[in-house]
Design a protein around this ligand. Sequence first.
Ligand code: SF4
Length: 404
Amino acid sequence: MPLHKEKSRLDVPLNQRDYLKSHPKSPTINRVFELSLTYIQRADEAHKRGQKVYYGGGVYDSPILHANDAFPCVYNELGRLAGDDSVALAEEHFQIPNETCSMVKATMGELLRRKNSFKGLIAYCSLCEPYNTAFEVLKEEGYDVYSVDLPYRAAGVNDARFESLVDFSEKELTGLAEWIGGGRVDEERLAEEIRRTNLIHAKVRRLLDLQVANPDYIGTLETMFIWNGANHHYGAPEEYEDILDQLIAELEEVSAIERKIDRVPIVWCGGRGQEFGIYKLLDDLGGYISKWTMAGRLLRDYDESLPPLRAIAYNNVLGMGGPGGAKDQIPFLEQSLEDTKSRGIIFYGYFGCSFTSVNFEVIKNHFAHKGTPSLVLDGSFQIGDPSGQNVTRLKAFMEMVTNG
Ligand code: SF4
């Protein structure tokens, strides 16, 4: 019986943490959930014992932080497991309109609560406009915000322009590395972290391939929490890597037994949200995610032949992180659909996010012309059972792609 059904029957209000409960087939999945559920608490403990801790984006900054023995506390993860009281607090304290993206509000509420703890926060102008505004406002609450100006690459830039964008990014990232390292950059340590991240990426990719080949063994939500740590490793790289090794071993064992896959492959595009019941529902409806398009972008390896900050800058200009634009996503989605023989695409965006709504519109139209079914789900801060509207739409979509 899926967890959300069990709980509903008992009439106990759910929150998103309730979905991160024991996994019947793989005990290793419990370790992944444990790593996620203790993440913020471990950041606080690190701060208390004198380790440097920074709120960050969890992609470009993670190797830099690890190379300085600092703990990366990713603000998206802070928001992902926040309670709806954090959203209410942010709305009330900052007078944020109801229609603003709930991820931003949840993060702001949490940071407001936590303003007496560690203060260093890394902001990226390329992340999104509401977050940029939030970080400006959070300065007033005592946060020490370091802003990194990373560019977006327009379509069709020539080689010289591309290199100048990489130069600019490298300069910005050097400023960040110096801010964290007290004025110095330890290139050797950073190169080591880049190598380790590439190694971890390779393991995550292997694991995702095995999971797609055995979609009954690890559920969709579980898979999302595994790859989610590919760059920040939930602040515990050794433990995270050990979990990956263990899961790969488990799945290799499962793969040895031949079985028929009856599940329907679907490509996921966009955010991950807090609405964990959606992932459970997808599994219950006989689907599975054959490709996480953000994961594909976030798992891009660093070029180890480049100086480490140049390698990070290069991946940024290629479009490694951030929400990404249609120009980058369409070819990736097309390839993903072809490789996995998926029956459709689910776009998950947040209510109030102007960026994703426009982006999804462009991509959705592109695929509609090609006859590929797709579904847009609007996420709000829905932390219990999934919203009725999303449930109805997902059921109808799955019925169409399963029987169509
Ligand atoms: S969903 Fe949109 S508004 Fe919300 S954090 Fe992401 S990019 Fe920003």
